[in-house]
Design a binder for this molecule. Structure first.
Ligand code: NDP
Ligand code: HSE
Length: 437
């Protein structure tokens, strides 16, 4: 290899969909700036796609290949950017690339939520980088601040809105009274929703991101299966109306925090669920496909990160940031941070988490019902903060908001309410976050 050839950083891009197409565009449009920032030109050696027949802008047909496996082992490739999505294929391609001495940049949260350990081990052995800023909250820098800027602090809590599709849907339902199905379709058209929107609306995507955030924040390996998860597909326009009467809005929250067990030992709680958030809370005004993450650290205090959490160019911005870092390390030497799991904190079950509940139930409108209902809360030592009756006769509803109590006591209470004759149905149960009490 000549000196010039060695100083050019060869890039392989795997996938040219919503994000990959933007990465390829920016790599070409900003080539001279990127070269100045890296200290060497970045040259695309190939772009792997599934369908070679599709029309593509910003990409010479000679760069396209449907043989990603060969592309990632080419001698003239230094950095592989994986933007295919899914698990099995990228797991193999990234593992192979790392073993062949290529640094890897990926936005693939589904893969990282379960396989960061495996891939980081291969990267460490091969002395190359594995970067994944784009995997959580799109354009928002949150992985690097947690991994590097806060490396000397103790993070207590990371909580926020990390799925653009569900935030887009919940915002549109709350603001315009739009129905669930049409806003989901619009989120797909805008490139926010995953190919299979189940991952978004049932909270799997947010849970994968929570696993990644919790692992980094608490120096412990947390996988997707460790994250308690509920989605938004059962949220109705009635729920939004009830939230509004409580001066709240509904958001799908990802919450990762340290909690103590009864012996004072620290554990990690990672959970994703739709929750009522008071309109005065900073997360309540995060609307559309925007994301926000609030980090609480022992010494830094509270930090808030806000921005575009999904979409082609915002996500490509984070990918390019990682690519510049990986390329700089190739040119100048040095390595990005390694995985840190030394604390190995155990996972706390959801039942041990202290939360507040909002319970809306259809009830028989007769004397004594309120005290029967209140009795079920009292039996499980769940203190009621407010009760309101809405409607009358056949339309009577009781809306109860509790004080903080163990989640297990709250869910046992809801089971007991469902068994009461006086309660015709428990129509909605949501947690209330972002308040004292
Ligand atoms: P898309 O579905 O839009 O694009 C996927 C790309 O992968 C397509 O170009 C497709 O080829 C290509 N591909 C699929 N199978 C193969 C294969 N066997 N060999 C080679 N190429 C293949 O996905 P996105 O761009 O939306 O997402 C990419 C990644 O980024 C995912 O991991 C996603 O979770 C993540 N991400 C996405 C965000 C977003 O807002 N969209 C935000 C943050 C992360 P073809 O074009 O021929 O179909
Ligand atoms: N589908 C994801 C979302 C893409 O809606 O947030 C960004 O990770």
């Amino acid at each position: 290899m000549t000196d010039d050839a060695r100083r050019t950083i060869g890039v392989a891009v795997l996938g040219m969909g919503n994000v990959g197409a933007e990465v390829v565009r920016i790599l070409q449009q900003s080539a001279s700036d990127l070269e100045a920032r890296v200290g060497a030109p970045l040259e695309i050696r190939g772009v792997a796609v599934r369908d070679l027949g599709k029309a593509r802008s910003w990409c010479s047909p000679s760069l396209l290949t449907d043989d990603a496996a060969s592309l990632v082992t080419r001698d003239d490739v230094d950095v592989v950017v994986e933007l295919i999505g899914g698990i099995d294929l990228p797991r193999t391609l990234i593992g192979t690339a790392l073993e062949h001495g290529k640094s890897v940049v990926t936005a693939n949260k589904a893969l990282l939520a379960d396989y960061t350990g495996e891939l980081a081990t291969i990267a460490a052995r091969a002395h190359v980088d594995l970067y994944f800023e784009a995997a959580v909250a799109g354009a928002i820098p949150v992985i690097r601040p947690l991994m590097q800027s806060l490396a000397g602090d103790t993070v207590q809590r990371v909580a926020g809105i990390v799925n653009g599709t569900t935030n887009f849907i919940l915002s549109a339902m709350a603001e315009n009274g739009d129905d669930y199905a049409s806003t989901l379709a619009e989120a797909g058209r805008l490139g926010y929703a995953e190919a299979d929107p189940t991952a978004d609306v049932e909270g799997y995507d947010a849970a994968a991101k929570a696993a990644i955030l919790a692992s980094i924040a608490f120096h412990s390996r947390v996988t997707a299966g460790d994250v308690y998860r509920e989605g938004i597909s059962t949220i109705t326009t009635d729920d939004h109306e009830s939230a509004a009467t409580l001066d709240c809005t509904i958001k799908l929250l990802s919450i990762c925090e340290r909690i103590d067990d009864s012996m004072g030992r620290q554990r990690v709680s990672a959970r994703v669920y739709p929750a009522l958030v008071p309109n005065s809370h900073p997360l309540a005004s995060v609307n559309g496909a925007f994301n926000a993450v609030v980090v609480e650290a022992e010494n830094a205090g509270r930090l808030m990160f806000y921005g575009q959490g999904a979409g082609g160019s915002p996500t490509a911005s984070a990918v390019l940031g990682d690519l510049v870092m990986a390329a700089r390390n190739k040119v100048h030497g040095g390595r990005g941070p390694l995985e840190s799991t030394y604390a190995s904190l155990p996972i706390a079950p959801i039942g041990d988490v202290n939360t507040r509940y909002y319970v809306s139930m259809k009830v028989a409108d007769r004397p004594g019902v309120l005290s029967t209902v209140a009795g079920e809360f009292a039996k499980r030592r769940v203190s009621i903060a407010t009760v309101r009756q809405a409607g009358a006769g056949d339309d009577a509803r009781l809306i109860v908001v509790t004080h903080r109590a163990p989640d297990s006591a709250l869910s046992e209470t809801v089971d007991a309410l469902n068994d009461l004759d006086a309660v015709l149905s428990v129509s909605s149960v949501l947690r209330l976050e972002g308040t004292d009490g």
